[in-house]
Write a protein that binds this ligand. Structure first.
Ligand code: SF4
Ligand code: SF4
Length: 357
């Protein structure tokens, strides 16, 4: 199975079992998706790094190019997992291919805020030795950082587990650049959380409030709290200090979202299986098409870090000098130096301007 996955482009493969996942958080409960589950296979696929710096610099077309790479890789991971599941079924095992995003435990009351996945790909992968957590909580490898997409298959086959990677294999030097590239500062700079899985303890930064990421990674907001740069989003929401403030901003942002003019850099994707079978993604109660309304504009904590301090600092420098995005009344996206962007924003039609903050 490992060779099959490596042949499909995986750069690391790992195995976990009921025993090695024992005592883990709910996301590591493989029986949730397959009652007969005994083991899980995890793997990592690399993002196309050549598309990352143009995206961080806000070069023309780079937003769409990087977005497409991500969406395609998500679909590729799901397709590979489905193939592996089919191979296992042919050997009379039960198998469940885990969707590499967009699938949540919808029975939980607060699921739309917490977005708990059916299976946490990160937990399976970290315990199975596919990678280690960086400060941001993204899973990465030396030489790649966290520029990875994860995939997994849960199965009734009893597979031989693999150990977590040793700390000496960590790609993270605790530089905390990932804290600073998050426009509304989702990650705590000091406080850690511990995750115990199968006799091992893993740590990463505490998330101050997921609502901060929902606002930015959801594409609603993009202006950094310094006002010096933005993501690819033209939104200018203030940093929420509490969950209540985050919820108020999110409700406002979701109402505004459908009134926004269509961006001139949007692209629709035809990923019918995700959109019809899993009925996601969603905004509020509406299911929306990837790329059409769900637009990829951030991902910084994952892509700025290259697991090499010199390269990571250069990525941060590029982002800091990349300017700020403003959307004109006709939908056009412009990228301007921070002061000019502010003037342009302030000069927008007031009815249009109020859709961004
Ligand atoms: S940017 Fe990368 S190396 Fe630096 S603290 Fe964050 S995860 Fe670690
Ligand atoms: S994806 Fe963007 S908004 Fe979300 S935590 Fe990472 S840097 Fe912050």
């Amino acid at each position: 199975m490992e060779n099959f996955l490596l042949g499909k482009g995986a750069i690391k493969v790992g195995f976990t079992t009921l025993e090695t996942l024992k005592g883990g958080p709910p996301g590591s409960d493989i029986k949730y998706v397959l009652p007969e589950a005994q083991s899980a296979i995890s793997y990592a696929l690399p993002l196309n790094r050549e598309l990352i710096r143009p995206y961080l610099k806000k070069e023309p077309n780079s937003r769409y190019n990087h977005e497409k790479d991500r969406f395609d890789l998500t679909m590729k991971a799901y397709d590979i997992s489905k193939e592996v599941a089919e191979l296992l079924r042919r050997k009379d095992f039960e198998a469940f291919p885990v969707m590499s995003n967009f699938k949540y435990r919808k029975e939980l009351e607060d699921w739309k805020y917490e977005l708990p996945p059916d299976i946490s790909l990160r937990y399976l992968a970290v315990r199975g030795g596919v990678g280690l957590f960086g400060w941001s909580g993204n899973l990465g490898l030396k030489g790649y950082g966290p520029n990875l997409e994860l995939g997994a298959i849960v199965t009734s086959a009893k597979l031989k587990p693999t150990d977590p990677l040793p700390e000496s294999e960590s790609f993270c030097n605790q530089c905390k650049v990932c804290v600073k590239v998050c426009a509304l500062r989702t990650f705590d700079n000091q406080e850690e959380v511990e995750i115990k899985i199968g006799g091992y303890t893993f740590t990463h930064a505490k998330k101050i409030d997921k609502g901060r990421c929902h606002l930015v990674c959801g594409g609603y907001s993009g202006l950094d709290i310094t006002g010096e740069w933005s993501t690819w989003s033209p939104g200018r929401y203030e940093q929420p200090k509490t969950k209540r403030e985050a919820l108020e901003s999110l409700i406002r942002a979701q109402k505004n979202w459908f009134k926004l003019p269509k961006r001139d850099d949007f692209k629709s994707y035809d990923y019918k299986e995700i959109e019809e079978k899993h009925e996601v993604p969603f905004i509020g109660n509406k299911t929306v098409k990837l790329g059409d309304y769900l637009i990829f504009t951030c991902g910084h904590c994952q892509i700025v870090c290259w697991g090499n301090p010199k390269e990571t600092n250069e990525n941060y420098r590029l982002l800091q000098n990349s300017g700020c995005v403003v959307q004109k009344e006709d939908g056009t996206i412009v990228v301007l130096p921070p002061e000019e962007a502010k003037k342009t924003f302030d000069a927008l039609d007031p009815e249009h301007r109020k859709l961004y903050h």
